[in-house]
Write a protein that binds this ligand. Structure first.
Ligand SMILES: NC(=O)c1ccc[n+]([C@@H]2O[C@H](COP(=O)([O-])OP(=O)(O)OC[C@H]3O[C@@H](n4cnc5c(N)ncnc54)[C@H](OP(=O)(O)O)[C@@H]3O)[C@@H](O)[C@H]2O)c1
Length: 199
């Protein structure tokens, strides 16, 4: 089984790589620190990545940026970061990657808990997360060749507490290992159109 992980060297991505390593071939991609370079905000870059990688059984995205900050300071330009990266970047991976995914393959995208449990400063990210979840639910009913699609909505990770702890006041962080299991379920299971919330 060939698995392409976009965002492979990040906190969630490296946990997914660790969870799936073994009998699978994992191809690691990210903006600058992986063997395969890709910028998900550029359709040209995404197309080049798939041409380089070739056929895969599973596409996993553990990336996507968004501006964090108060809604009053959220300009249309700042909001566009989430639109171009977390929302359209991940969706373009699906649209451009579909021909490269083998029959009965899978796609797994990443959202986040703040779309259901809001935090101050998280509106732009929540917008992108909700868009991804809706896209996944809808795309699942018409993806061809038995290809499945799911998304994972993690709570703040224990490993990210220092970085995001001040935003997620009162949240109980989850270990990356537990989050990675949801990706395993999406890649190796049978469900489609699901949003796995990891609380
Ligand atoms: N960590 C958490 O607690 C948490 C909780 C819920 C949801 N999430 C969501 O999960 C996703 C990943 O979070 P994380 O904490 O694992 O992030 P992270 O540790 O900062 O890693 C981000 C990864 O994405 C890559 N990347 C960044 N911009 C890219 C681009 N334009 N094109 C291609 N790759 C790009 C990075 O590559 P390089 O290093 O090579 O630049 C890196 O591999 C984010 O969407 C985040 O909102 C995270």
């Amino acid at each position: 089984m060939r698995i392409l992980v976009v965002g492979a060297n990040g906190t969630i991505g490296s946990a997914v790589v660790n969870e799936m390593k073994g009998d699978t071939e994992i191809i690691k991609a990210s903006r600058s620190n992986s063997e395969i370079k890709v910028d998900i905000t550029s359709t040209d870059s995404i197309m080049r990545m798939f041409e380089e990688v070739g056929e895969i059984d599973a596409l996993v995205s553990t990336t996507g940026s968004a501006h964090f900050g108060p809604i009053e300071g959220l300009t249309p330009e700042l909001n566009r970061i989430a639109v171009n990266s977390k929302l359209l970047g991940q969706i373009n991976l699906v649209l451009l990657g579909l021909p490269y995914i083998r029959d009965k393959g899978s796609i797994t995208l990443t959202t986040g808990i703040l779309m259901d449990d809001p935090v101050v400063g998280g509106a732009s990210s929540a917008m992108a997360n909700g868009g991804i979840r809706a896209f996944v639910k809808s795309a699942a009913i018409e993806l061809p060749r038995g290809i499945r699609i799911n998304s994972v909505s993690p709570n703040m990770l224990e490993e990210s507490k220092e970085k995001y702890g001040s935003f997620f006041v009162g949240f109980e962080p989850v270990p990356a290992k537990r989050v990675a299991l949801a990706y395993r379920k999406s890649i190796l299971g049978s469900q489609t159109g699901q949003s796995y919330t990891i609380y």
